[in-house]
Design a binder for this molecule. Structure first.
Ligand SMILES: [Zn+2]
Length: 315
């Protein structure tokens, strides 16, 4: 490890440009995001010099925020993810190419946009190399805590992202909130919570249906992917509704047919197949029962199913 390089980045990390509020003091977001990145490298979440937004990174950020309890500020990761670029070592990229400040400003309007359009951040190579060394990471973490959170006496707890993810999934399953009223005009919500809910929707649904298709009960997965998908009953592009009761676990074959109105579901959870395809019992059996989630309160919403029958199903 180069001591001069470490010193250079200790100086950079401890002289961040921060917003200042007359009552709340300096904004804690940038140092907390850097602490989350250090932890992400530490636990193997960030393995390449390519930092992407992900539920795991956001959960690390939220967890560190919760540990440090900065007063008065709202916990939000998108702004520091955008504004760290002014520090010089945080380089916005898209598919391994640098992006202009204008493009970055447009891309950082939402996590979804960053993720869907393949934006990420690279650190200066010298910094990335430095962060592979545990001694350097510890020195930078101590410097950040010492300068920005001097009231923090002990070191912060550093949980594993997978544990945080499991906790968050349980939280979304246990406290989903009321089913949103169905409206024709719904705007996408862009906060951290909406991003988490949306990004974790597939996992919540697959978990509620025990990773099996609710039509054919097929369940097949490898270590990294599953044949079973989470379908939105009210389309996400139109309703942005990530409540568990707007979800249904379907294999790829049945997801395709459900989204195209080949079959629908009545309020007693019977499968109704369009008349022209009722003879195709090899695909789906008309009038058979849908397999419901293991927690019955998360069965598909009757209002959402009614909408699907009226707007998607081809009788
Ligand atoms: Zn299926």
């Amino acid at each position: 490890m180069q001591t001069t390089t470490l010193q250079k980045y200790i100086t950079a990390f401890t002289s961040l440009r921060q917003n200042k509020h007359y009552a709340r003091g300096f904004a804690p977001h940038k140092p907390i995001l850097l602490l989350a990145v250090l932890q992400g490298i530490e636990c193997g979440l960030i393995q390449q010099n390519c930092i992407e937004v992900s539920p795991q990174l956001l959960l690390l950020f939220k967890n560190i925020w919760h540990e440090l309890q900065p007063k008065g500020w709202h916990c939000a990761m998108l702004n520091p993810f955008r504004h760290l670029v002014s520090e010089g070592f945080w380089l916005p990229m898209r598919q391994y190419a640098k992006v202009t400040p204008e493009e970055w400003a447009a891309a950082t309007v939402s996590f979804k946009r960053l993720q869907d359009e393949g934006y990420s951040v690279a650190l200066e190579p010298e910094l990335w190399n430095l962060l592979q060394d545990v001694v350097a990471r510890n020195a930078l973490r101590s410097a950040l805590l010492h300068v920005y959170f001097p009231q923090q006496q002990s070191d912060i707890k550093l949980p594993k992202p997978d544990e945080l993810l499991q906790k968050e999934l349980q939280k979304l399953i246990n406290h989903p909130g009321p089913f949103p009223r169905i409206q024709t005009q719904v705007h996408e919500t862009r906060g951290d919570e909406a991003y988490l809910r949306s990004a974790l929707f597939p996992r919540v649904i697959r978990s509620l249906y025990s990773e099996a298709c609710s039509v054919c009960a097929l369940s097949l997965r490898t270590e990294t992917s599953s044949l079973v998908q989470a379908a939105h009953i009210l389309p996400h592009s139109q309703f942005h509704n990530d409540h568990p009761c707007n979800g249904i676990a379907l294999c790829q074959n049945h997801h395709w047919g459900f989204d195209r109105g080949v079959f629908t579901i009545d309020n007693q959870y019977n499968i109704i197949v369009c008349s022209s395809l009722q003879h195709r019992t090899d695909y789906v059996q008309h009038d058979s029962k849908l397999h419901l989630p293991y927690l019955p309160e998360y069965a598909p919403s009757p209002e959402a199913l009614e909408w699907h029958r009226e707007n998607v199903f081809h009788e």
